[in-house]
Write a protein that binds this ligand. Sequence first.
Ligand SMILES: [Zn+2]
Length: 145
Amino acid sequence: MIRDLVKSDDSILHRKIQPCGVNCDRHFISKTLIENMFHYEGVGLAANQIGMDTRAFAMIRDIEYNDIIVCFNPRIIKKYDECVDFEEGCLSYPDEFINVKRPDKIDVMYEDEEGREHKIKLEGFASRVFQHEYDHLEGIDFTQR
Ligand SMILES: [Zn+2]
């Protein structure tokens, strides 16, 4: 189901989204996030960008291999020192492109739709997208970075 993108001043984009517990329908959320991410041609989409009050996002981990992950209750557990500048866009701010400095490499944890925990290291593009989407769940957007 395609949902509307919420407006950038909507309060759901400006508060911390609470963890997704056992009652959330992860399969439905996962499917909806992926479907909407492709519909809006994004490389990542956080649930609150489409008005869903769920601590989850979808992202493309590797464009070449069309490798997509949906992360529930994501956490950044380590940020490595080296930072890089990169121009980011955001579906919630379609006309804005902003240079944002972020760590190039991070260690993260997240749960998948089965509730299994994953701990992985991300670099470059994937690290960038993860941090951008994670910020959305924290109520932060790239205009504040
Ligand atoms: Zn965004």
